[in-house]
Design a protein around this ligand. Structure first.
Ligand code: B12
Length: 234
């Protein structure tokens, strides 16, 4: 990179919440020590660090940092893949905690739209609902529109969470919303949208006809509960 181009600052600062853990976790991954990275997380959870904080302050931050390092050509795409796959593995090891609580607060279907290969953000959103007692159907990346609509109807989902990480996939989000409204009519679920394009343009969710947007997994559940309660009160 030429000297006159500003280097974006790191997403990992030691004075942030869990900043030391996030740094050590990413250093372990970039050193090829996946087992050590995993043990760091499991030990912290054993010590009482909430899983939600691990998700936001460690996994989300380190993934953003991986993106920055990749953009700066400091790590290769293969190293990015390794870190992403390892973080998915460690998330799975936390599932005994994710599925530990009471169920029945509502049903969520969560998917990244057709063409979008980024699955961690929407997986985190689904896991936050699960940790709050919702029954979740996480469909992963690149989910075709008809499949999303069919599952929402079959499971009588209360909330549909749609993710797009690139602006190029915003039209696919619009397509799902339209198909869902057409198929569901009055029974259409509350539709939440999220991901980078919606964080960059705060009014975009309205233009697409969604019911709401939250910038991260941490705000999504309370928003869904507010919107579903509002609908039941009508
Ligand atoms: C891992 C990764 C990939 C992996 C994904 C693998 C996988 N299994 O998920 C692969 C290699 C496939 C990939 C591909 C590409 N990627 Co990529 N990727 C990333 C990276 C490094 C991390 C993504 C991640 O895991 N983030 C962690 C999650 C937890 O954070 P999050 O996504 O922000 O999610 C939170 C919120 O956005 C929100 N949210 C998300 N969805 C929803 C939905 C709802 C309803 C709500 C309420 C909230 C919500 O809540 C989430 C949790 O708090 C990012 C860097 C970054 N800054 O994110 C680049 C990044 C997103 N990728 C980028 C690019 C350019 C690409 C490619 C075009 C590269 C290429 N030339 O091929 C392709 C596009 C592929 C495609 N068709 O989708 C750019 C996007 C730039 C932009 N803004 O347009 C980024 C920012 C990298 C960069 N610094 O340039 N990528």
């Amino acid at each position: 990179m030429p000297d006159d181009i500003e280097v974006p600052p790191s997403f990992l600062e030691l004075d942030r919440p869990l900043g030391r853990l996030a740094r050590d976790y990413l250093d372990a991954l970039l050193g090829g020590e996946r087992a050590r990275a995993s043990e760091l997380i499991l030990a912290s959870v054993e010590d009482g660090v909430p899983v939600r904080d691990i998700y936001i302050d460690v996994f989300q931050r380190t993934q953003w940092e991986v993106g920055r390092l990749w953009e700066l050509n400091r790590i290769t795409v293969a190293e990015e893949h390794y870190c992403t796959a390892a973080t998915q593995l460690v998330m799975s090891r936390l599932y005994p905690h994710v599925f530990a609580g009471e169920r029945g607060r509502g049903t969520l279907v969560a998917a990244a739209v057709s063409g979008d290969l980024h699955e961690l953000g929407i997986r985190m959103v689904a896991d936050f609902f699960e940790m709050d007692g919702w029954d979740t159907f996480f469909l992963g990346a690149n989910t075709p529109t008809p499949g999303i609509v069919e599952l929402v109807e079959r499971r009588e989902a209360d909330v549909l969470a749609l993710s797009a990480t690139l602006s190029a996939h915003v039209p696919d989000v619009a397509e799902v919303i339209e198909a869902m409204r057409t198929a569901g009519g009055e029974r259409s679920p509350i539709i939440l949208v999220g991901g980078h394009p919606f964080n960059a343009e705060p009014e975009l969710w309205r233009e697409l006809g969604a019911d709401g947007h939250a910038p991260g997994a941490d705000g999504a559940v309370s928003l869904a509960e507010e919107l579903t309660a509002g609908r039941k009160a009508r």
